[in-house]
Ligand binder design. Structure first.
Ligand SMILES: Cc1ncc(COP(=O)(O)O)c(C=O)c1O
Length: 433
């Protein structure tokens, strides 16, 4: 080509959660039986969609209006419903005009970072859900700016670090939070969330809070929505139906914008995101129309509680399996359906292996792991895959310096789930022996 085609920052576009699948499929052709533990899709792990929810969706298929385009910002009735739900939380009061629908949060995240001025940076957590960290790095053309989630304090964000970094680096325009967290399953405490909003207000920053898992908080933690602590800061909450119904294939998520009118620049930014959405006409209509019918159904609260209780029980089960062994530790999650099992890094080195019976698979794993700058936890993930067929994601794939793996609590078959956890634990211990 006579011109370079790829923008600066493009190398930051990486999504380890899916990239490992390419390798896994290659090994499958060599005879490996795969056990996917990498993707946060409850339906893929056997969760059955509840009948009354299916019935609501079936009725919508018969309504021809669900087949058409809708308003760019989203179906008005649904935005009214979403605003009403938020207002019931008792914090900031919003109108349907503060709600914007997207084709899943993946789409929203791409626009949030894609239409932010390149020099305006958003500081985010490490470890972080890689869609955010990659999108922020790709938009800026630099390494993602991070603050630490402390595993010794239940992954609580380091508020002093946020304050100091934001105060002394005036390129920082926003603070990103993921609550509950992916990949940690952590739930941010009320006072921490409140303090971060105060910092944002003091330093004139906006807050982006990904609340995709806000309906999956266990009984041992408090669910605190951004809208209840935002105060006078500008901010947005990101939410969707991929994980709570669950319906990830609906590609339906939304942002709620808080205090848009309190800052002209922030207002212009939100308006730009909406204009960008107009170029695409609108987001998926039918799932939006399903939201008031499903989320507003009297049975929905019970549905959410049943799911949260289920994941909480599984988190306790995992904790019993993984904790109490030298060299590895699980930080028990309090929400969502992920958890991180960390290695004691002193016990990792780039020569460790696991036995792989199939020679062809062994050779390929060795070859892959001999690539330059191959992280030690990624090396474990590849050997675990070759040795057992279990697909996991290394913590370093989540913009993390900590070494370990992310697991999900999604497997519905109790026996299989316990086998997966005990096999992974045994392999982790064998690996560092
Ligand atoms: C924290 C978080 N935000 C956003 C998403 C993407 O959601 P969607 O399916 O709406 O694109 C995910 C998916 O795993 C996630 O974990």
């Amino acid at each position: 080509m006579r011109r370079e085609l790829v923008p600066a920052g493009a190398e930051s576009l990486s999504y380890e959660i899916r990239e490992i699948v390419v390798v896994a499929n290659e090994l499958k052709k060599m005879g490996l039986e795969l056990v996917p533990e990498n993707i946060g899709d409850p339906t893929a792990k056997g969760e059955k969609i509840v009948e009354w929810i299916k019935d609501e969706i079936k009725k919508l298929v018969d309504n021809d209006n669900t087949w058409g385009y809708c308003d760019t910002q989203g179906v008005l009735k649904t935005r009214e419903f979403v605003a009403e739900q938020t207002n019931k939380e008792g914090g900031i009061q919003i109108s349907p005009n503060d709600v914007y629908f997207f084709n899943g949060l993946g789409d929203a995240v791409a626009k949030i970072f894609g239409f932010l001025k390149r020099e305006a940076r958003v500081i985010g957590p490490t470890p972080a859900y890689s869609t955010h960290s990659s999108a922020e790095a790709a938009h800026s053309g630099y390494e993602h700016l991070t603050y630490t989630l402390n595993p010794d304090k239940d992954w609580e964000p380091d508020v002093d670090e946020i304050y100091n970094k934001a105060k002394y680096n005036d390129s920082i325009a926003g603070i990103l939070l993921i609550n509950p967290g992916n990949p940690t399953g952590a739930v941010i405490k009320r006072e921490t969330l409140k303090r971060i909003c105060e910092i944002a207000e003091e330093l004139n920053l906006f807050v982006v809070c990904d609340e995709m898992y806000s309906e999956i908080v266990y009984s041992n933690a408090e669910r605190v929505k951004l809208s209840t602590v935002i105060g006078n800061a500008c901010g947005m909450s990101l939410n969707g139906i991929s994980k709570q119904i669950p319906w990830p294939g609906s590609r339906c998520g939304w942002i709620e914008v808080y205090n848009k009118n309190k800052d002209k620049e922030f207002e212009k930014y939100i308006e730009t995101i909406l204009k960008a959405k107009r170029l695409e006409v609108c987001s998926t209509t039918l799932p939006q129309m399903a939201i008031p019918l499903v989320l507003g159904n009297p049975m929905y609260k019970e549905h959410l509680k049943m799911r949260s209780d289920k994941f909480e029980k599984r988190a306790k089960e995992a904790s019993l399996i993984f904790n109490g062994h030298k060299g590895i530790r699980l930080i028990e999650p309090k929400g969502a359906f992920y958890m991180a099992v960390l290695f004691d890094e002193k016990l990792l080195n780039p020569t460790q292996t696991l036995p792989i019976a199939n020679e062809q698979i062994k050779k390929r794993v060795e070859e892959l792991c001999s690539q330059k700058h191959f992280e030690n936890d990624k090396r474990f993930v590849y050997y675990l895959l070759g040795s057992t067929g279990i697909i996991t994601v290394p913590m370093t794939g989540f913009y993390s310096k900590l070494k370990g793996i992310r697991l999900t609590l999604l497997e519905e078959n109790d026996e299989k789930r316990q086998w997966i956890f005990t096999t992974i634990r045994d392999k982790m211990l064998e690996y560092i022996k």
